[in-house]
Write a protein that binds this ligand. Structure first.
Ligand code: ADP
Ligand code: ZN
Ligand code: ZN
Length: 725
């Protein structure tokens, strides 16, 4: 009799022991009884023989796989995840595995239609006048190919002509794995000669073997992607796979095309808009070692690799790598663990390193590679502050900025105007009594959206019609306060009627290909004025933009979030990187009421690299991450007192169990968004200079916390290394 540890899809922070007649491989799926249900679990390993074997240990009912769906490396990663994030194994596996695998479906590929050569030989010379048919037939004769793939290469007419001549037939079967299939087509397209710093980086990354982490700190446009391309060339040639994480779906098409063109291989693409079948297909192909290159967003870090060669996290500072619900993992941190487990190199690339990664590089834990010059002779963007105190400001635009904009527009260049707020205005209020229209579920002002003619709450997405009169005093004198993208758009249309403009925010580019189309149109110069939010800061190339205007950067200077200045520095630097990419030099203007603020001055005069190092020393003095570790316990409930009371009990429990070297506890504090969707939100912030005692305190306290009667009444969660409060 064998005792087996099984991770079961339930929200409990533990695994369960079952009995099996034979030993089972780690990582195979099993059907197990749980309560009065049957669940699909994953074998984690052998369990210790229970002391009292008379207790009711149930039998595993069915073994679903002959080979593991999770390799030992991935099982160890799963264990690290549930321990480090203090989460349930069930939810961790839920996060790691494709839906169809979780549900216990078969893992093999589906049947596919193949085109195969028939017994008949082409008569000599019969295809001489049909070179396409000839080449297609040649492909089919040399390699088994699916109809799906061939119809991408040849027209339907070519294929049906060959069929009619009886030279090929269709056959349906399940493809067997074709490991390292990419080697069949791999060819290196023409590439630029690397500059000195790029060459040093490529050499350093190519000469590593085994586990290492390298921070590639390269200013925007310095050719980081070119470094990735030249580095992975030899890895792919050696039959090893490369997994690349990118922040946003919007970035994927450009990046994918660039890799495909360079290497002529199929690239596996993973993002949130795939359906379950498509996702499973890429997962399976990566697991079978068929795909040499996989590019995906956050959750792609869980892609299995048969021949792991290298991990790359592009734009490693990007906030989207942190999952903000369920298992709140950070894909970058997980990449470090993954690379360690797989014993392969990891590259973290960015122009604006997170303070976490920068700290690790400065401390010598990561190798540090830098690219300080823009590639191909482009010059850096000049940054300026525009003092808008006492200036006339109309729809967010100060009088002083207008001549600058006019100059760039008259030269035929593109101008990018950034404002971090979508909609027309962030509030609607009564000019007579001052009453502000607000969402009662979130206690926040509604944003006015003129384009759709609604009020929308940006916290719960609830909408309502724009009222004609005040709800409180019935005055009809309703006015907007503040400025959003729609309003800037309207004002600019009036100021610069000859400059075609486009708005880029999540309202305007909703839908699958809308963003890509808009970006293409911008690069075709269909537009001259670009107005947009954060989306514009993310890695896109705008070779014709020569001026970037940031309408408001004051908010971040006085935020309650200690990461606000880091985020501002990254945003401004990334935005500056959009301008002057080609031969045209770029400039950037930041409108501010605080032109003497040391943070802004440091950023624009000394650049992000200097600014970030200074921020690090400030964090050290304040004992904040990365010079300390944090865990937040969050709670939300319909009554504020309930959430607050629960966290107070958590605090007491941690205080009770963590007698040796306890963490500092701050709170319960209201969340930065105090109320959302009718629920009040509070948090308890645990901080410690050292990671281990912090985690130990929480580990000791969690059983007691989970057993609190209130734990069943409030919605609560643990967030390790929180990035968002
Ligand atoms: P990043 O990833 O740092 O934004 P890219 O790799 O996209 O930079 O490079 C920016 C631009 O410069 C691209 O158009 C790229 O083709 C070009 N480029 C990169 N390296 C070189 C080089 N060594 N010589 C000439 N052009 C280069
Ligand atoms: Zn009123
Ligand atoms: Zn709301």
């Amino acid at each position: 009799m064998h005792f087996i540890d099984v991770a079961v899809p339930v929200p409990l922070r533990r695994t369960f022991t079952y009995r099996a007649e034979t030993e089972l491989q780690t990582g195979v799926r099993v059907r197990v009884p749980f309560g009065n249900r049957q669940l699909t679990g994953i074998v984690i390993g052998a369990a210790a023989t229970p002391r009292d074997t008379s207790v009711n240990i149930k039998d595993i009912e069915e073994i679903l796989d002959t080979s593991p769906v999770l390799a030992p490396v991935m099982v160890r990663l799963a264990q690290w995840l549930w321990q480090y994030y203090h989460h349930s194994p069930g939810e961790v596996l839920h996060t790691m595995l494709p839906v169809k695998i979780r549900k216990g479906e078969k893992t093999g590929p589906d049947e596919e239609t193949y085109l195969v050569p028939s017994a008949m030989q082409a008569e000599k010379g019969s295809l001489e006048r049909a070179p396409k048919q000839q080449s297609c037939l040649h492909d089919i004769q040399t390699r088994a190919e699916t109809k799906r793939v061939l119809t991408q290469r040849y027209s339907a007419a070519v294929i049906s002509a060959l069929k009619e001549k009886g030279l090929i037939t269709e056959s349906r079967h399940t493809p067997g794995p074709q490991p390292q299939r990419w080697l069949d087509t791999l060819a290196i397209a023409e590439k630029p000669v690397p500059d000195k710093e790029q060459a040093v980086a490529v050499a350093a990354l190519t000469n590593t073997s085994g586990f290492s982490v390298s921070l590639l700190e390269g200013v925007t446009g310095s050719g980081k992607t070119e470094v990735y391309l030249q580095t992975i060339e030899s890895i792919l040639k050696n039959g090893r796979q490369v997994l690349i994480l990118v922040p946003e779906i919007g970035l994927t098409p450009q990046t994918v095309a660039r890799f495909q063109e360079r290497f002529s291989i199929d690239v596996g693409v993973l993002h949130s808009q795939l359906n379950d079948r498509q996702r499973l297909r890429v997962w399976q192909q990566a697991k079978d070692g068929e795909l040499g290159l996989i590019i995906g967003t956050r959750s792609a870090i869980f892609t299995p690799l048969k021949f792991p060669g290298m991990l790359i996290v592009d734009e490693e500072h990007d906030e989207s790598y942190k999952q903000q619900d369920g298992v709140r993992y950070h894909a970058r941190d997980l990449a470090v663990m993954r690379a360690k487990e797989e014993n392969i190199p990891l590259v973290l690339g960015t122009a604006t390193p997170s303070l976490e990664s920068l700290n690790n590089a400065l401390a010598g834990r990561y190798a540090h590679l830098t690219l300080s010059q823009r590639a191909g002779g482009a010059s850096a963007t000049n940054m300026h502050l525009l003092d808008i105190r006492d200036q006339v400001v109309n729809a967010g635009l100060a009088d002083g900025i207008l001549p600058v904009m006019r100059r760039h527009l008259e030269q035929g260049n593109q101008v990018l105007v950034f404002i971090n707020r979508r909609g027309f205005a962030p509030a609607l209020l009564c000019h007579h009594c001052g009453y502000t229209m607000h969402c009662s579920r979130c206690d926040r002002p509604y944003t006015v959206h003129r384009a759709q003619n609604v009020l929308q709450c940006h916290h719960c997405a609830g909408t309502r019609a724009i009222p004609k009169q005040c709800e409180q005093c019935h005055s009809q004198d309703m006015v907007t306060a503040g400025v959003g993208t729609e309003q800037v758009e309207g004002a600019l249309a009036h100021l610069f009627p000859d400059a075609p403009q486009v708005r880029i925010d999540s309202d305007a580019v909703r839908g699958k290909d809308k963003l890509q189309h808009t970006l293409n149109a911008i690069n075709r110069r269909d537009y001259q004025l670009l107005i947009g939010t954060q989306i514009l800061s993310k890695g896109h190339h705008f070779p014709h933009v020569t001026l970037v205007v940031v309408l408001d950067c004051d908010g971040a200077l006085f935020s309650g979030d200690f990461r606000a200045s880091e985020k501002l520095g990254q945003l401004v630097t990334q935005l500056a990187g959009r301008a002057g990419r080609a031969s045209k030099p770029g400039e950037m203007w930041l409108q501010t009421h605080n032109p003497d603020h040391p943070l802004l001055l440091d950023l624009i005069h000394n650049g992000y690299a200097h600014f970030a190092r200074h921020e690090l020393t400030e964090r050290k003095a304040a004992l904040l991450p990365p010079h300390a570790s944090q865990i937040v316990i969050r709670a939300e409930a319909g009554e504020a007192g309930q959430a607050f009371g629960f966290l107070n009990q958590c605090k007491a429990e941690i205080h009770r169990v963590a007698t040796h070297n306890p963490p500092a506890q701050a709170g319960p504090l209201p969340g930065l968004i105090e109320k959302r969707q009718g629920r009040y939100r509070f948090m308890l912030v645990l901080t410690h200079a050292k990671r281990a005692p912090l985690h130990e305190a929480l580990r000791l306290a969690l059983p007691g916390i989970s057993a609190l009667p209130e734990a069943g009444r409030v919605r609560w969660s643990v967030d390790v290394d929180p990035t968002d409060f």
